[in-house]
Design a protein around this ligand. Sequence first.
Ligand code: PNS
Length: 182
Amino acid sequence: MRRRRGGSLAVFPGSFDPVTNGHLDIVDRGLAVFDRVRLAILLNPEKQPLFSVDERLAIIRAAYRGNPRVEVDTFSGLLVDYAQRVGASVIIRGLRAISDFEYEFQMALMNRRLNPRIETVFMMPAESYSYLSSRLVKEVFQLGGRVSDLVPAVVERRLREKYGAPARPRRRARVKRARRTG
Ligand code: PNS
């Protein structure tokens, strides 16, 4: 028989395609309140993610290697059913700006209706991450922008593997080329 680990457990669900420093900030805040935080990646066959589920699991495991209080898992079906199954009574969601609020509020109330024993807790990331999203990270990287302060190092490495080096030529190469042609 598998025994459940003790202490309070909060589930932090999402797509995490890829995980960003904004997500990590929310995990840190969650750890200040709960004994364990479990990132739960939604298995969504309708979405075309950049990173496969296995890649996202590996990335998150690498980002939290050696921290037994952070777990990662996948789920499908209703989030509240998953939370109940794994013994979590709290769902954590990050709220970056007012624009997140309506969607999050709707989800939280629907989840409460589905299972009133599971509470949604909203946490605000540091202001410096209030504009950050996985979608923007992918777009900025693909177009040659720097994302090193926005994602853990393992994500930057994996983005490089996916897309190759950033699209924009390096400054020195640009200068050399300009000298040659100018
Ligand atoms: O990172 P995302 O894409 O904003 O996360 C959305 C997520 C995974 C939290 C949400 O889509 C979800 O909980 N899906 C599971 C299905 C479910 O329970 N639906 C009813 C909740 S309103």
